[in-house]
Design a protein. Structure first.
Length: 392
């Protein structure tokens, strides 16, 4: 009898430890959300942490007062917490958020099941139903994380793996509870309570750590994007172009493939700013970038070189083919610029683009490569603008 009492005390002590750890994890999630309120999903993660704390407090209360509704409410709170986690992860990875009917429907299903089981004094039915719901939601979260096309990182895979394992554990818990509900009772010292509580402790810490690290990865990605892209147009900037050029040049020489560059300048851009306004000038720049992204291939490197000057690097492309691409880009922008508004139609000048083309020569340095394309660009300007010229 004394041994059983000691074991019961150990289980309850472990439950208190899990509750405190869950509270600290919930605090970490709340702090994470408060620090980065604009990142999608973090608010849902904080709510999920709060639900987890409520669940364990209710389980502790059930252990003290032995009032069955406490346990039923705890199990419903766990389901709500997982729903919040799932919605948070979907928002974080740019998937559609769960709709209100879905959230309310699953929550209502849990409440109705718990109420029916409670009214019929079927404590085991509550455990089985809750375990199946937890397993299902865990598998759904794992699926979204592990199958996310952009989620091939150790943090994403590890967090998804924790949810997958959690789904398996709760599925086993549901099967065991069908025959022996007491075996999986969190307060039963003769069952698997200690192992279950230890798993809940480890998984809670692992998931919260995963959320923190996923947020860190997201912030690093944002910083990298800001460092490598022009803030106005979203095109790559000059710094990133230099890095990507080196990679393309090495590949071109190693495989003996052509590499061409387009130096592009928007015609009459100073007049655009002076006569139509800088805001309209920004609109013209963004319009040109949008046209270029439609015309150029996915493998092409396109960046804003400075002011109204742009550059495009075309791998595996000869100067003859690059000239065709350049003329297609020039024509597409001439058509698009005519639709920018009444200001353009009444302006005493045309908003067009002039383009110089050069193909990388054997052992040619970057500066020489760009200079030859730039010389061809100025020849296009001197020959009347809105045209393409190939370097000699």
């Amino acid at each position: 009898m004394d041994n059983n009492k000691n074991m019961q005390f150990d289980i309850r002590t472990l439950l208190v430890a899990v509750t405190l750890a869950t509270a600290f994890c919930a605090g970490a999630r709340l702090l994470l959300w408060r620090m980065h309120p604009t990142i999608p999903g973090l608010g849902r993660w904080a709510l999920a942490g709060g639900c987890a704390v409520i669940s364990f407090v209710l389980i502790l209360s059930y252990g003290i007062l032995h009032w069955q509704p406490f346990l039923s409410l705890a199990q419903v709170s766990i389901v709500i917490g997982l729903l919040m986690s799932w919605d948070g992860f979907r928002r974080f990875i740019d998937k559609p958020a769960l709709t209100t009917p879905v959230l309310l429907g699953i929550t209502a299903a849990g409440l109705i099941w718990a109420a029916i089981a409670q009214a019929q004094h079927l404590a085991g039915a509550v455990v089985v139903g809750n375990a199946f719901l937890v397993a299902t939601l865990s598998f759904l979260i794992a699926r979204d994380l592990l199958l996310w096309p952009k989620g091939n990182t150790p943090v994403i895979r590890s967090t998804g793996g924790v949810f997958a394992i959690n789904g398996i554990i709760f599925l086993i818990r549901a099967v065991v509870a069908l025959d022996s509900p007491q075996t999986v009772d969190l307060l039963n010292p003769d069952g698997v309570a200690a192992a279950m509580l230890l798993w809940l402790l480890c998984s809670m810490i692992a998931i919260t750590l995963g959320m923190v690290l996923m947020t860190t990865e997201h912030l690093q990605s944002v910083l990298n994007n800001q460092a490598n892209h022009d803030p106005l147009t979203g095109a790559l900037n000059r710094r990133s172009f230099g890095v990507l050029y080196e990679q393309a040049a090495v590949h071109s020489r190693r495989h003996q493939l052509p590499l061409s560059v387009l130096m592009i300048d928007l015609d009459n851009f100073k007049q655009v700013n002076d006569q139509l306004g800088h805001d309209f000038g920004d609109k013209v720049l963004c319009s040109f970038v949008a046209v270029a992204q439609k015309v150029l291939r996915e493998d092409d490197v396109f960046c804003r070189f400075g002011g109204e000057e742009f550059v495009a690097l075309l791998p595996s492309t000869s100067s003859e083919t690059a000239l065709v691409v350049a003329d297609r880009l020039r024509s597409a922008f001439a058509i698009d610029s005519a639709s920018l508004g009444a200001k353009v139609n009444h302006a005493p000048f045309a908003i067009t683009a002039s383009i110089g083309i050069a193909e990388l020569e054997q052992d040619e340095r970057f500066e020489s490569f760009i200079r030859r394309a730039d010389t061809a660009l100025y020849r296009a300007k001197d020959n009347g603008r809105n045209r393409c010229e190939k370097a000699g």
